[in-house]
Design a binder for this molecule. Structure first.
Ligand code: ATP
Ligand code: MG
Length: 396
């Protein structure tokens, strides 16, 4: 492979580039989509880099959306209201390992120079079919190499997230990390603790979702020192468990579920990574379990489904990853759900007001409903109005 004579750029992107170029602003396709196209991987939209300032971009298009104006990115909406990112050529004038102060008014080559890896630092001109590859990203893509643009140690000091990005790209494309880049990553790993929890979490989740193999990603996090500094729980995962986790293909990967599998205390891990309350609740419910019903019989499985509630499907998936294969009670779960058997108080044939009518009051109402649910979990055929009212009268 060398750089192809031309690329099939979608009309919507081409229209935006034509408008910008027509107004006198040089405009190039840049970023991950070029890399993915050359690798023949499915990819997201082409990002555009332009000489126009954000204000000039906004003035040229009827519909725009603020995406990251501080960093020069304006979203341009096409006629299907799909957003395309247009970013002004920029240079990072000051960096502190976490943020950059940017300046505009530079060339495409300057813009490529501030990008992280050679594989991400190509540009393609969608109208002139011209390429720019000043850091020789094309041979690195061809040979499968993640290599920092310029001095790796300095590039990681500017933004430590690049270390995690290197691990992610290596695991996603099965690329190797060029020795100087790898050495700089290992040497700079202690700087990772300066990153915000949100950026680390996004990288970790993206890494899990895109890795060719989860085991490979975790291996890279461990060997680079990223795990020790950011998610030390990963140090203790057995290789057997990693192999199982890797059996799930990227299209079916759920980063929350995988974190629950790989961490001994997933709620603490996700709290530290500032995940959402819903995500933390979800893994806390998984950790609370129980992992499996007391037995594979329908009654035990109904009790387990009632106890675990919305965590049941996560627990089934975790069991499969932990032990391999399908849990022996999966069939019973399917049967119980298929027959629509009641598993919650809300599914009982009578409610609190029915109990009031027969004379129950106060907290006794809740106690009776709980006792009735117990009976119905043992025997779903009891879930009729008559049977439950008869049972309730005995409990008054
Ligand atoms: P993905 O498939 O994950 O979207 P990508 O390469 O498109 O991969 P983005 O995060 O979308 O990654 O960023 C787009 C481009 O911006 C990258 O290809 C790279 O050139 C540049 N870039 C992104 N993050 C950084 C960073 N932290 N440091 C330097 N350049 C970066
Ligand atoms: Mg991208």
């Amino acid at each position: 492979m060398s750089l192809p004579a031309s690329l099939p750029i979608p009309d919507e992107v081409l229209d935006i580039a034509r408008t910008l170029e027509g107004a006198g602003y040089e405009t190039w396709c840049v970023g991950g989509a070029l890399r993915d196209t050359l690798l023949e991987h499915p990819h997201s939209d082409y990002d555009l880099a332009t000489a126009a300032t954000p204000a000039q971009v906004q003035a040229l298009f009827k519909r725009t959306a603020p995406v990251g104006e501080k960093y020069g990115t304006v979203g341009v909406l096409d006629r299907h209201r799909v957003v395309h990112e247009v970013t002004t050529f920029r240079q990072d004038v000051a960096t502190d390992g976490r943020h950059a102060v940017v300046s505009f008014g530079v060339s495409i080559d300057d813009d490529l120079a501030r990008r992280d890896f050679t594989i991400n630092a190509l540009a393609y001109h969608p109208i002139r079919h011209d390429w720019r590859d000043p850091f020789r990203g094309e041979p690195d893509i061809r040979h499968g190499v993640v290599r920092a643009v310029g001095d790796a140690a300095q590039r990681f000091r500017e933004d430590y997230l690049r270390i995690l990005r290197a691990l992610r790209f290596a695991a996603r494309f099965r690329f190797s990390i060029e020795p100087d880049t790898w050495a700089a990553a290992v040497a700079g790993a202690d700087g990772l603790t300066r990153l915000s929890a949100e950026r680390v979490r996004d990288e970790w989740f993206k890494g899990l979702a895109s890795a060719h193999s989860v085991a490979e990603l975790v291996k890279l996090w461990r060997e680079s020192g990223a795990a020790a500094h950011l998610i030390p729980e990963l140090e203790r995962v057995s290789s057997e468990l990693l192999d199982r986790a890797s059996a799930v293909g990227p299209s079916r990967r759920d980063p929350i579920l995988l974190t629950a599998l790989l961490s001994a205390d997933p709620a603490a891990t996700l709290r530290r990574l500032k995940a959402s309350g819903a995500e933390i609740d979800r893994v806390a419910a998984i950790a609370a379990g129980p992992e499996s019903p007391a037995g594979p019989d329908d009654t035990s499985v109904r009790r387990w489904l009632a106890a675990t509630g919305r965590a049941a499907d996560d627990l089934l998936a975790i069991w499969s990853m932990r032990h391999g294969g399908t849990p022996p009670w999966a069939e019973s779960v399917a049967g119980i759900r298929g027959r629509g058997e009641p598993l919650t108080r809300g599914a009982l044939a009578i409610g609190g007001s029915d109990l009031q009518e027969i004379g129950a009051t106060g907290k006794r109402i809740g106690e009776i409903l709980a006792a009735l649910l117990e009976r119905v979990l043992d025997d779903p055929s009891l879930n009729t109005r008559e049977s439950l009212l008869a049972l309730a009268r005995e409990m008054l």
